[in-house]
Design a protein around this ligand. Structure first.
Ligand code: GTP
Ligand code: MG
Length: 210
């Protein structure tokens, strides 16, 4: 199994054009404010304070790049759909997210985080629709599984999968996680490793691309 040896903060900004330009693949985390994006990055990297977390929604407001083992990036994004924020600020954050998603060529896979406790929310389903329309590859990460009792997890998951299947011919890859209990870490890291290898393979196949 792949593990992470080093994880370092690189840069924060609002402009995708100013993000690192060394062409390494990157994996970004998105979802509603407070769903657990920053906590998941800390869990994956085994660093408690790498990405800043807060119990108050709206903590992350910038695009944050973390370099992993000098070869790929994890990217922490601001959350969407935080209703308390003023309208102007909300629009700014929406623009940052959309520009990043639509312009960032290195973005290899977007992990869309969904709180496993909640019933399917229109805002998340709409967001995934938007990704589909823009041809953005994504996975779903169900978070905070520790907040449900063992027996409650399966029906919640099934309910979500049913909602997705109504709209999509194919289910995207999905992961059930808990940053608190470190659940789903191996699965996500193995998935990233697979994708990294397939990128390397396809660039090896093309003699003109180094
Ligand atoms: P924004 O940056 O505001 O968009 O939020 P975020 O999605 O980055 O969420 P963050 O990681 O800051 O976590 C929000 C709150 O949820 C914090 O209080 C975390 O401790 C808590 N939290 C995150 N993941 C888990 C989890 O797996 N289990 C439990 N019990 N709490 C979690
Ligand atoms: Mg955050």
């Amino acid at each position: 199994m792949m593990d992470i040896n080093s994880a370092e903060f690189v840069i924060s900004n609002t402009d995708p054009a100013l993000c690192p330009d060394d062409n390494k693949p990157e994996y970004a985390f998105i979802g509603r404010s407070n769903v657990g994006k920053s906590s998941l990055i800390n869990m994956l990297t085994n660093k408690r304070k790498l990405a800043m977390t807060s119990s108050t929604p709206g903590k992350t407001t910038l695009i944050n790049h973390f370099i992993i083992d000098d070869s790929w990036y994890l990217v922490d994004l601001p959350g969407y759909g935080f209703s308390q924020r003023d309208r102007k600020k909300k629009k700014q954050i929406k623009d940052v997210i959309e520009r990043y998603i639509e312009e960032r060529e290195q973005m290899t896979c977007l992990f869309v985080l969904i709180d496993l406790r909640h019933d399917p929310q229109a805002i998340d389903l709409e967001f995934m629709r938007y990704l589909g329309e823009n041809g953005v590859p994504f996975c779903i990460v169900f978070t905070k599984a520790d907040k449900l009792k063992g027996g409650e997890q399966k029906p919640k998951l099934q309910r979500y999968i049913d909602a997705i299947k109504k709209e999509w011919d194919e289910l995207p890859p999905y992961f059930v996680t808990s940053s608190e209990k470190r659940l789903g870490r191996k699965e996500i890291l193995n998935y990233i490793e697979e994708v990294n290898l397939s990128i390397k393979q396809s660039s090896d196949d093309i003699p003109f691309i180094q």
